[in-house]
Design a protein around this ligand. Structure first.
Ligand code: IPM
Ligand code: MN
Length: 353
């Protein structure tokens, strides 16, 4: 039995997590596993119910679970709160408390979705497959900050140890893929980036079988759009990774497709879609649950060691999309538009068959 802490969160979070449970149920039925779900509030919902974005009960539920599945959090309702009490603070605290320094964000353009990509076939070559490895517990997100007297500051801090552990992950992941690492920084301006680069170069020398290149972040934004198929593993610091993963996500057709895994050295990891809580479409049943479902697939693979089961979920998603049943964000003329829960049902049914 695998125990999963489910934190649906705000906006479309609950809508996109519900189909994951149906999909995991279908996986359990087909492969003979039991998944046990325990729910807890985080973000805005937790602020409303418990007065803080990451209640201690939620954190301890996560610590004791085998893995955490998270929806999305935040919304206009809580925007007036000061930063440390906003919903997002709950997610940042969860990442930090669980030591989840490695955020894996695969961005894959599937053949059946090439029409949904904003890029021409002549640019994408019809397909690409990159993995953004974003440092998740350092940099601007966690450095000293303040705002007083008409002056505000945030600080980017990195230690060699923090850079080395994310770098090692990236090289290890590249060895299981196309053996290529692109390290993205801003070494022409930032001291943290110069340290980042020197640590990455040490790792490069330790991994002669892996191709390696440095790229400045502004150039990386351009090259990702210009020749996405050239990228394999992209490793970068927290804020750059946040920005570039939205960009890469959209290149695949919709940010509604992008899953993520947040891993540390400890046992428990968090799986969540890259997209946010999308308050503009919340409650309408039209959100794309694919990113959340593919995050559940990453959970099967990374936390439970169930590679065949993960592949079954991914194949089921592709089969449904190839059958031209899609949520509104992906649909092109000729496709049948389905809602969030119908999409979940179709994926679950494809797993069963
Ligand atoms: C993400 C999100 C978060 C981040 C927000 C909600 C704090 O944008 O997971 O990419 O910036 O890390
Ligand atoms: Mn983001």
């Amino acid at each position: 039995m695998f125990s999963i802490a489910v934190l649906p969160g705000d906006g479309i979070g609950p809508e996109v997590t519900a189909p994951c449970l149906a999909v995991l149920q279908a996986v359990g039925d087909r492969f003979g596993h039991r998944f046990d779900f325990a729910f807890a509030p985080i973000g805005g919902q937790a602020i409303d119910e418990a007065g803080c974005p990451l209640p201690p009960e939620t954190l301890s539920l996560c610590r004791n679970a085998d893995a955490v599945l998270l929806g999305a959090l935040g919304g206009p309702k809580w925007e007036i709160l000061p930063a440390p009490r906003r919903p997002e603070a709950g997610l940042l605290a969860l990442r930090q408390e669980l030591g989840l320094y490695a955020n894996l964000r695969p961005a894959v353009l599937y053949l059946c979705l090439r029409e949904a990509s904003p890029l021409k076939d002549s640019v994408t070559g019809g397909a690409f497959d990159m993995l953004i490895v974003r440092e998740l517990t350092g940099g601007l997100y966690y450095g000293p900050r303040g705002c007083a007297g008409g002056r505000a500051y945030d600080t980017m801090v990195y230690t060699e140890r923090e850079i080395e552990r994310i770098g090692r992950r990236a090289f290890a992941l590249a060895r299981r893929r196309r053996h290529k690492v692109t390290s993205v920084d801003k070494a022409n301006v930032l001291d943290t980036s110069r340290l980042w680069r020197s640590v990455m170069h040490r790792l490069r020398d330790e991994h002669p079988d892996v191709g390696y290149g440095d790229m400045l972040v502004d150039n990386a934004a351009m090259q990702l759009v210009r020749r996405p198929a050239d990228f394999d593993v992209v490793v970068t610091e927290n804020m750059f990774g946040d920005i570039l993963s939205d960009l890469a996500g959209m290149l695949t057709g919709s940010i509604g497709l992008l899953p993520s895994a947040s891993l540390g050295d400890g046992a428990v990891a968090v799986y969540e879609p890259v997209h946010g809580s999308a308050p503009d479409i919340a409650g309408q049943g039209i959100a794309n649950p694919t990113a959340a479902v593919l995050s559940a697939a990453m959970m099967l693979r990374h936390s439970f060691g169930l590679a065949d089961e993960a592949a079954a979920v991914e194949d089921a998603v592709m089969a449904v999309l190839a059958g031209r049943k899609k949520t509104a964000d992906l649909a092109v003329p000729g496709d049948e538009i389905v809602g969030t829960s119908e999409m979940g049902r179709l994926i679950a049914r494809a797993i069963a068959s």
